[in-house]
Design a protein around this ligand. Structure first.
Ligand SMILES: Nc1ncnc2c1ncn2[C@@H]1O[C@H](COP(=O)(O)OP(=O)(O)OP(=O)(O)O)[C@@H](O)[C@H]1O
Ligand SMILES: [Mg+2]
Length: 257
């Protein structure tokens, strides 16, 4: 991984003096630090080999449309990319589990997605390409990058090449493009009390089928609260004709990442 001296050199280009502390939350491949300046101003520094440029472009596009962190800098270095953001006030929705009822968590989850999916897309919004995503899934399969321990329980005993064949048989033919989050999980939206204060982790966000987010939301609600809460999510989101095949497809697609 990127060595800490390189990271500090980068930070010194932007901050005169600061302290840094690693952030251990999050499941992705990135390394994250909380940067504190003047003892009380906090920033988030996220570093990974590649892919953060998309996150940067998505924050830029969303600015003024939805609550997102401000970008302090984005930097494309020889061996890594880095993005530094203002710290959003509040806690991720994940941390409201146990503080809020399951109904309230699911409602807020649905409403925050509806807000994002209701944005008017223009030519500047980043576009996600489904064929590229399927090609990346295939690459991960061929290169042993699929974490078998992390598969859904029903897929654990399946052969992953067979799962990939099933995926191909489910590729949707009709598209309902909206601005999607791309990794719509409970720890990627921040609430300050009942107000959403930040959409974060937008590496895979951009214009794509709305079921990219709906699929992951259904999976997460099922896993956390049980299938009884999915209908509430659909009601609050405002979806009455449900495309089960697309839900299956997008959940399966995520198994390869
Ligand atoms: N701007 C921010 N303000 C406040 N907290 C943040 C911010 N960015 C990240 N965090 C915290 O750090 C955690 C991890 O960040 P993030 O979701 O961007 O990375 P990740 O889940 O590791 O994702 P990736 O898959 O992109 O590597 C978040 O769940 C949140 O708790
Ligand atoms: Mg995250």
């Amino acid at each position: 991984m990127v060595d800490i001296d390189q990271i500090r050199k980068l930070l010194e280009r932007h901050f005169n003096s600061y302290t840094d502390a690693p952030i251990l939350d999050g499941a992705g491949e990135s390394v994250k630090y909380k940067i504190t300046v003047n003892g009380n101003e906090n920033f988030i520094l996220k570093i990974q080999r590649a892919g953060l440029q998309n996150e940067y472009l998505n924050y830029k596009w969303l600015k003024g449309k939805l609550p997102v962190p401000d970008i302090i800098f984005f930097s494309c270095e020889k061996e890594f990319e880095a993005i530094c953001l203002t710290e959003v006030k509040g806690k991720t929705l994940e941390k409201y589990m146990g503080l809020w009822t399951p109904e309230k968590v699911v409602e807020q989850y649905a409403l925050s997605l509806k807000k994002m999916h209701s944005l008017t897309i223009d030519k500047y919004a980043l576009k996600q390409n489904l064929q590229n995503r399927i090609a990346a899934a295939k690459y991960n399969l061929k290169n042993g990058k699929v974490d078998k321990d992390n598969l859904q329980p029903e897929n654990q005993s399946e052969d992953i090449s067979e799962l990939f064949k099933t995926l191909l048989s489910l590729v949707p033919t009709n598209h309902e493009p909206v601005f999607t989050h791309g990794d719509f999980c409970f720890d990627n939206i921040i609430f300050n009390d009942t107000q959403i204060s930040g959409y974060i982790d937008l590496v895979n966000g951009g214009v794509a089928d709305k079921y990219q987010d709906i699929g992951l939301a259904v999976r997460n609600i099922n896993e956390t609260f049980g299938s009884g809460y999915v209908a509430l999510f659909f009601r609050r989101y405002g979806l009455d004709k449900i495309n089960e095949d697309k839900i299956k497809f997008y959940i399966l697609l995520d198994e390869f990442f």
